[in-house]
Design a protein around this ligand. Structure first.
Ligand SMILES: [Zn+2]
Length: 405
């Protein structure tokens, strides 16, 4: 009997030590809790949750199309692990005050035209121009341009989305489109391959600068469309890798004709060859991943009634049919909203991105004009919002909801 008691007591004692031991070794500040979904809830719900889990909560109130006083965004993903003292930011919708934001989705959209981006500092022309007419720009000037657009309330959209009536820009902000012609090597300059065989991109070429802005301003939605000739980006050993890297990283590739042809000086047959051969070349490297848009070399023809214009839009080359959905001209001012009656995607105007002391439709002059007629988003890509007195400007080509105020 005594012996059994002794064993029992030892056993109880042993268990006690085991439990105490386990308790001590459990990390105390790890709650093992998971983040919940706060979207659609109120800020009081967020305060409760933050208190319970000892999180540092920051509440931001912003203009948003989401229901007023409800949370529309949270900084920690649902189901991710949270620990004491983690920072949680929630965004509460203030709704949208259309008058205050001057929302106008019938307004104009700048499509910027760039060519080369040169990493030089001894340029002898105005501002960041490299040549007399401002078709080439320095790396430094390109960076300044991108800062200027961002600080002026512009956010990037894909050219292909714009021509399809998709403008996904936060409320109160304006869309801007960036394009490059000629496939110059300084658009995306490859300096070698890393140990995994991925391309290394020169930080001072166009894409290098764009990528740095992607990091700096995640809400800029950095993207651009590159229009190439038969030489693609003139780095033949890397062509396939470059094209695939671009489409995998949110950029687009379009058609600038095989030999940079002037369509007013060649035959119909040659026109088909110039356009069709680029589509076929892109089909080889990035099948189904390029855009059916042509940037017209020299901006030519200047008139859609030219007999070769139709061959730019439609044709059959080497047994392959092509359909071009939009063409881009050269210069000089911003284009219409895709919801404006005057919108014609088959013949779009671009702004030449250059400095000319605020004259002759340079960047400064164009953005001054845009101050009075720019497209300002309602934050909802499925709804066209316009002031009541501009209702007659709208053509609802894409069958979206129309909202006037
Ligand atoms: Zn060109």
């Amino acid at each position: 009997m005594k012996k059994i008691n002794k064993i029992l007591i030892s056993l109880i004692f042993f268990c006690l030590i085991l439990f105490v031991g386990i308790y001590i070794f459990i990390p105390k500040n790890n709650t093992n809790n998971l983040m919940i979904n706060l979207i659609g809830k109120t800020k009081e719900d967020a305060i409760d949750f933050a208190n319970k889990n000892k999180l540092n909560l920051e509440i931001k109130e912003e203009n948003n199309a989401f229901e007023i006083n409800k949370i529309f965004k949270q900084s920690i993903e649902v189901d991710s692990k949270i620990n004491e003292n983690d920072n949680l930011i929630i965004y509460v919708s203030k709704g949208i005050n259309y008058e205050e934001l001057k929302v106008d989705e019938s307004g104009n959209v700048p499509i910027m035209m760039y060519h080369g981006i040169h990493n030089i500092t001894d340029n002898k022309y105005t501002g960041g121009n490299v040549d007399k007419d401002g078709y080439q720009r320095t790396t430094e000037a390109f960076k300044k341009d991108l800062e200027f657009y961002y600080n002026s309330g512009y956010r990037m959209v894909r050219l292909n989305d714009y021509v399809n009536g998709i403008i996904d820009v936060e409320a109160g902000y304006s869309p801007i489109i960036i394009t490059f012609d000629d496939g110059l090597s300084n658009n995306i300059k490859v300096t070698g391959l890393d140990e995994n065989g991925n391309i290394i991109i020169d930080p001072n070429c166009a894409v290098g600068v764009l990528e740095s802005f992607k990091q700096k301003y995640p809400d800029y939605n950095v993207t651009a469309t590159f229009f190439v000739n038969g030489g693609l980006f003139n780095q033949s050993e890397y062509n396939k890798k470059i094209l695939n890297w671009l489409v995998d990283n949110g950029y687009d590739i379009g058609n600038h004709s095989y030999s940079h042809a002037d369509f007013t000086t060649i035959s119909k047959e040659k026109s088909v060859q110039e356009i069709g051969s680029i589509y076929n070349l892109l089909d080889k490297y990035i099948p189904g991943k390029y855009v059916n848009i042509v940037a017209l070399p020299f901006g030519s023809p200047y008139d859609k009634s030219h007999s070769n214009f139709n061959s730019i839009l439609k044709g059959v080359y080497n047994d392959k049919e092509y359909n071009t959905i939009a063409t881009l001209r050269v210069g000089w001012e911003a284009e219409y909203s895709p919801f404006n009656k005057n919108f014609d995607k088959t013949f779009l105007k671009r702004i030449r991105a250059y400095d000319n002391n605020g004259k002759e439709f340079d960047i400064e002059m164009n953005f001054k004009i845009l101050e009075s007629n720019r497209y300002i988003s309602d934050g909802d890509k499925n709804t066209i919002t316009i002031p009541k007195d501009k209702e007659d400007k709208i053509n609802n080509l894409f069958n979206l909801n129309v909202n006037t105020y």
